[in-house]
Design a protein around this ligand. Structure first.
Ligand SMILES: [Zn+2]
Ligand SMILES: [Zn+2]
Length: 242
C-alpha cells in the first residue's frame, strides 16, 4: 500500500470514528450506514428475482404473469423494492404505527434507486387514507413516502386530488377474494388528468385491489399510463396482510 493510500485510509477511518453512529433499528448494533446496519441490510428481502413487470409477482423469466394477462389491472407497471417479509415487516409496522418517520424517508430512498428515471410520470399521487383513519393515525405513511420521492425527482405531487370516499374494513381482515369488492369505488379523483401519466405510491402491495381501485379512479379522469410505486410486494407465501 502506498504511503498516500495508507494516509487516506487513516483519514477515512478517522472520519468514520467521528461520524455519529446510531443504533440499528433492527438489531440494536451500531450502524454508520443508515437506519439499519449492513448485516441487517443483507438479510432484507430485496425483490431481485425475475418478476411480472405489471404486478411484481415472481415469474420464471420476468414475463407478464398469467393473472395480469387474463385480467390486466388499471396500472401498467409496478416498481417494488422488497418482497414483504422478515425483517422488513417489522420496519413497515414501525413506520405505520410507531410513527418512525425516518423509516419512511429511508424507504423512499430505496424506492428512488429502483424507479425508471427515463420514464417519469407527470404527477405523483399517494394512496389516500380515509379522513377517520388519518385522524386516528395522525399521518399518511404513503404520502410521506410520495413526498420524499417527488422532491428528489423534482416531480409534482398531488396531495389532495384523490380521496377515499368510503371507510372500508381493513383489507387484512378480509379473505383475498373479497378484497376487490371491498375497495371497489372506494376512491374518487377530483382533477382532470386527461393524457397525464401518473404514479401511485403505497407502502405495501398485497392483492393489488386497493391499488387497482385507485388506478381505476385516476383512469376515469383520463390518466393514460399509471405506475404503481411501492416499498414492498406481498409474495404468495406471505399472503397475510392488507
Ligand atoms: Zn442491524
Ligand atoms: Zn402480474
Amino acid at each position: 500500500m502506498s504511503i498516500l493510500r495508507s494516509h487516506f485510509m487513516n483519514i477515512r477511518s478517522e472520519i468514520e470514528r467521528i461520524l455519529p453512529a446510531q443504533p440499528c433499528v433492527l438489531c440494536g448494533g451500531m450502524s454508520r450506514d443508515g437506519l439499519w446496519c449492513n448485516a441487517c441490510d443483507a438479510a432484507m428481502p430485496y425483490l431481485d428475482a425475475p418478476h411480472c413487470p405489471v404486478c411484481a409477482l415472481p415469474t420464471p423469466a420476468g414475463e407478464v404473469c398469467g393473472h395480469c394477462l387474463a385480467q390486466p389491472p388499471a396500472f401498467s407497471r409496478t416498481t417494488a423494492v422488497f418482497g414483504y417479509g422478515f425483517p422488513l415487516d417489522k420496519l413497515i409496522q414501525g413506520m405505520k404505527y410507531g410513527e418512525q418517520l425516518a423509516l419512511a424517508h429511508a424507504f423512499a430512498k430505496n424506492l428512488l434507486q429502483r424507479i425508471d428515471k427515463s420514464n417519469l410520470p407527470d404527477y405523483v399521487i399517494a394512496m389516500p387514507l380515509h379522513p377517520a383513519k388519518l385522524r386516528e393515525r395522525g399521518f399518511n405513511q404513503s404520502l410521506l413516502l410520495a413526498a420524499t420521492v417527488t422532491r428528489e425527482l423534482k416531480l409534482e405531487l398531488l396531495p389532495h386530488v384523490c380521496r377515499r370516499v368510503r371507510d372500508t374494513p381493513p383489507q387484512s381482515a378480509l379473505p383475498w377474494k373479497e378484497r376487490k369488492k371491498n375497495v371497489r369505488g372506494a376512491f374518487c379523483c377530483d382533477m382532470d388528468l386527461t393524457g397525464k401519466r401518473v404514479a401511485l405510491v403505497d407502502d405495501v402491495l398485497t392483492t393489488g385491489a386497493s391499488m387497482n381501485a385507485l388506478a381505476e379512479a385516476v383512469q376515469e379522469r383520463g390518466a393514460v399510463e399509471i405506475d404503481a410505486w411501492v416499498i414492498a410486494r406481498t409474495l404468495p407465501h406471505t399472503q397475510n396482510r392488507g
